[in-house]
Design a protein around this ligand. Structure first.
Ligand SMILES: Cc1cc2nc3c(=O)[nH]c(=O)nc-3n(C[C@H](O)[C@H](O)[C@H](O)COP(=O)(O)OP(=O)(O)OC[C@H]3O[C@@H](n4cnc5c(N)ncnc54)[C@H](O)[C@@H]3O)c2cc1C
Length: 507
């Protein structure tokens, strides 16, 4: 029996939930042979009486959820090559390895244990390594992230496979049922390393410091240039949305690509306790997770929406190019930082950045470089209090919200950084958003900018068999090619592409 709406008091244990579910299913507890929590969420509609809400499977028979399996293909003349080891590349390689195809992964960045000190050097000392940063290296952009695993994708089976794989390799079990699963960068890094170990154990190979700089067809095979030359007949392109040089090379090599709308904005940082109060009616309760929010507002200058909200998290520098500043957000598993942050974004399209496949990339780059100069270099980011932003003055950063962004912020007038339509839309939206989540536009809240890399400005086209119409040996995949918008959707896309390769091999 599936029970979808089991309402329980805050702080209920699994045993409490099982007891209540058995009662509802009219089963004696000793007869229960299957008990699975499928979903857990917080019901905060009544602020003074917050409840936990569960979905469970309970039965007096032994039951199992359907399992995702992959056919065995075995070794072929050439190993399939996966370019990029972010969530899309990791899951494509994992599935190809499970099928016995011994994939070769080429990743421009470093293994996580060598990457972390490089990211630290950027965040602590403002020293950027263009091949080892918050975008590049083992785990891709997902490794130094909040590790939120929720997504709007409909494929529940593959989403569950991704969650189960994360749990199998060390992520906390609760992600299997929390309605907003979250791993945290600390646990995610360990999990990714363990998945790499399994890919290698299954006969795959992961090569770091292996930036693919060229891809050329030679008769029936593809020659890839990276840390050496590699011949293959199947390539998964899982390059992420920051590989601007790789986009250029793909364009030169004649791949069908187009520009695509994306979004630009700021990181809004507030006190976590303000958000807790707005969402739960209490500033702190150990039984409640740090509260999150999701808001959107239509304005005459375009829609404004929150994205990648990080409760108890930190604003981080996610630059990958010298002389450009990019903001993003991350958190640790405990989500116990003093501040909450979220991107506030406005959609942009050809009307903003003009025509040309890489016009969006240039638009991003211009803003990122301007930010670098405006904050005085060293990867510090321009920052402004909400009150000052709304009044149109630079102001100071003295207030109750301390900026968490590393390597540091500089007070700036964000209307000198972002296009007028974007700052205009943010100004119109902030008071309205404050009516949804009280305190969101508090004077002392901070806006750190620019948030330019929330999604890909380019799509590398593929057909219904997941292959490039320019060359069927290539499988565009993940966020960078325009088919995902987060860790979960990128991972699922990696699985779909790998499956397409398996199907093709078995045909
Ligand atoms: C700080 C931060 C926080 C985030 N927080 C979240 C979150 O909480 N939840 C969420 O869902 N999403 C989050 N995201 C977004 C998420 O990380 C991405 O959507 C996801 O990682 C995309 O996966 P991908 O595999 O398609 O690409 P990526 O993760 O970008 O991986 C691409 C990989 O390809 C490699 N590469 C690129 N070019 C080449 C080349 N030429 N040769 C070899 N290798 C190459 C790169 O080094 C990189 O490792 C966050 C992103 C950042 C930066």
């Amino acid at each position: 029996m599936r029970i979808d709406d089991l309402s329980m008091p805050l702080g209920s244990s699994a045993a409490d939930v099982k007891r209540a579910a058995a009662r509802k299913a009219r089963l004696s507890e000793k007869d229960v042979r299957t008990f699975l929590i499928l979903r857990k969420s917080i019901d905060a509609r009544k602020k003074g009486a917050i409840r936990e809400c569960y979905g469970v499977l309970i039965s007096d028979a032994v039951e199992r959820l359907p399992e995702v399996t992959f056919p065995h293909v075995g070794e072929r003349d050439h190993r399939p090559v996966v370019i990029g080891f972010g969530p899309a590349g990791i899951f494509a390689a994992y599935v190809l390895a499970l099928a016995g195809m011994r994939p070769l992964v080429l990743e421009r960045g470093l293994p996580i244990e060598e990457r972390a000190p490089k990211v630290d050097a950027l965040w602590q000392r403002g020293v950027l390594d263009p091949n080892a940063n918050a975008e590049y290296g083992e785990g891709g952009a997902g490794a130094f992230s909040d590790g939120k695993l929720n997504s709007g994708i409909k494929d529940k089976e593959l989403s569950r496979f991704v969650l189960e794989t994360f749990v199998k390799f060390g992520a906390p079990k609760e992600i299997l049922y929390l309605n907003k699963p979250h791993v945290g960068t600390d646990k995610l890094r360990e999990t990714i390393r363990a998945i790499r170990g399994e890919i290698e154990r299954l006969g795959g190979e992961v090569r770091f410091r292996a930036e693919v700089t060229d891809l050329v067809r030679e008769g029936g095979t593809i020659r890839l240039t990276a840390d050496g030359e590699y011949l293959t007949d199947r390539v998964v392109l899982a390059i992420g949305h920051s590989a601007r040089d790789t986009y250029e090379r793909l364009l030169e090599r004649g791949f069908a690509m187009e520009s695509k709308p994306f979004a630009v904005g700021v990181r809004l940082e507030s006190l976590q306790e303000d958000i807790n109060e707005a969402m739960y009616g209490v500033r702190r309760d150990p039984r409640l997770p740090a509260a999150d929010y999701k808001v959107a507002e239509h304005t005459a200058l375009g829609g404004v929406y929150s994205f990648c909200m990080c409760p108890g998290g930190y604003v981080v520098c996610a630059s990958s190019e010298e002389g450009g500043v990019v903001t993003n957000g991350m958190s640790y598993h405990a989500r116990d930082g003093r501040n909450a942050n979220a991107a506030l974004l406005v959609g942009v399209d050809e009307n903003d950045y003009g025509g040309g496949v890489l016009a969006g990339v240039e638009y991003q780059r211009r803003i990122e470089r301007k930010a670098f100069g405006l904050a005085g270099g060293g990867y510090r980011a321009p920052c402004q209090r909400v009150g000052d932003f709304l009044k149109g003055r630079i102001g100071t950063l003295d207030g109750v919200v301390e900026p968490s962004y590393l390597p540091g912020v500089a007070p700036a007038d964000l209307s000198r950084l972002l296009p007028e339509r974007i700052t205009g839309a943010l100004r119109l939206a902030l008071p309205a958003l404050d009516r949804r989540v009280k305190g969101l536009a508090r004077e002392d809240n901070l806006l750190t900018a620019p948030e330019t890399r929330s999604s890909s400005p380019v799509r590398v086209l593929r057909d219904e068999s997941y292959r490039s119409p320019s060359d069927p040996a290539f499988y565009p995949c993940g966020e960078g090619c325009g088919y995902a918008g987060g860790i979960m959707s990128a991972a699922v896309d990696g699985i779909r592409v790998a499956r397409a390769i398996l199907d093709e091999c078995l045909r």
